[in-house]
Design a protein around this ligand. Structure first.
Ligand code: NAD
Length: 324
């Protein structure tokens, strides 16, 4: 397959590029990334110097650029499938300044969809999030049929992009698939996100901040398990379908930070509670029965092991501890 991977220099996108290079060495393609604060070319060593992969620094909302990539003008071959990771991804930033989220996550996705339709792309994977469903009470889990009820501009922009993508399937039969994953963890994540923030602050003996009472519950899935699920959706998924991806691995933020401190042999006195984020969802949980039964996916990574590996990665990569 000749792939276009957008946002491939970010956290999950770069793991996916590595996954493809390792598991499908005959695949090739283009990585398109604007290299915002969240992306780094250093995450793309897997394709550095590989003749069958092209990296393009550019914006998914740049229609002429996207058109020239999909037509094959940029890499000598038309694109078969798009795996669309590129996004503004941090909820806090979306609360402070929503506009970049609308521009990239909604307008950028539309530019990709429109050009995918124009050039007859055979598969469009829209990488989405459980946050589009909004918050849950203490019981139950969101299935793919749950209503969309986003509570912050990030989640609303992703829900909007999902709806646009589905409309391109229903209206034009563009073969779209949506994946909605729970929270990811693993190496290479920007330290603004909870797990790397706790690790990097604790390593520096700095206060580890927690919003509100820390009782918000999230389901954590290892980034490599997520990438395997996306790859299955890409190769075996059905057009027009949505697949939830979760590991049934729920932790309150406070429990999780305490575990990280314990693994690092640091004192819980580093924990500092700060005013809660507005519209902070209390609990997310994902029912991933569909992808497990229809595509045979299940998470493989043991959480404690994955967390220890992640901690070691940040310990060994002090340059990735910056927060800019
Ligand atoms: P990230 O912020 O680490 O990476 C995003 C990447 O997109 C960066 O490399 C950035 O440079 C690039 N980008 C941003 N705007 C762009 C634009 N206009 N044009 C081209 N490239 C642009 O994000 P992530 O955590 O890797 O998330 C990737 C995708 O997965 C997102 O769509 C996100 O909504 C989704 N997702 C993330 C999680 C999670 O826990 N991180 C969970 C579920 C779904």
């Amino acid at each position: 397959m000749h792939l276009l991977i957008t946002g491939g220099a970010g956290f999950i996108g770069s793991h996916f590029v590595r996954y493809i290079v390792n598991h499908h060495p005959n695949d090739h393609g283009v990585v398109l990334d604007r290299l915002t604060y969240a992306g780094s070319i250093d995450h793309l060593k897997a394709i550095a110097g590989q003749a069958n992969w092209t990296f393009i620094k550019g914006d998914i909302a740049d229609a002429p650029l996207v058109s020239s990539i999909l037509s094959g003008e940029k890499s000598g071959k038309a694109i078969d499938a798009i795996v669309h990771f590129a996004a503004e991804s941090h909820v806090d930033r979306s609360i402070k300044e929503p506009h970049p989220f609308i521009r990239t996550n909604v307008v950028g996705t539309h530019v990709l969809l429109e050009n995918a339709r124009r050039y007859g792309v055979k598969r469009f994977i829209q990488i989405s999030t459980d946050e589009v469903y909004g918050a849950l009470g203490p019981e139950g889990a969101f299935s793919e049929n749950a209503p969309l009820s986003p509570n912050n501009p990030y989640a609303a922009s992703k829900a909007s992009a999902d709806l646009l993508a589905l409309s391109y399937w229903r209206t034009y039969r563009l073969p779209v698939i949506i994946t909605r994953s729970a929270n990811n963890y693993g190496p290479h994540q920007h330290p603004e996100k909870l797990i790397p923030l706790a690790i990097t602050r604790a390593l520096a003996d700095e206060p580890v901040t927690i919003y509100g009472d820390g009782q918000q519950i999230r389901d954590w899935v290892h980034v490599e398990d997520h990438c395997r699920a996306i790859d299955l959706a890409l190769r075996k998924g059905e057009s027009g379908e949505i697949y939830n991806i979760g590991a049934n691995n729920e932790w309150t933020n406070l429990e999780l930070v305490k575990l990280i401190l314990k693994l690092l042999n640091k004192d819980e006195s580093l924990i500092t509670f700060v005013a809660d984020r507005p519209g902070h969802d209390r609990r997310y949980a994902i029912d991933s029965t569909k992808i497990r039964t229809r595509l045979g996916w299940k998470p493989a990574k043991n959480f404690l092991l994955g967390l220890k590996e992640t901690i070691n990665w940040y310990r060994n990569h002090p340059n990735d501890r910056r927060l800019d």
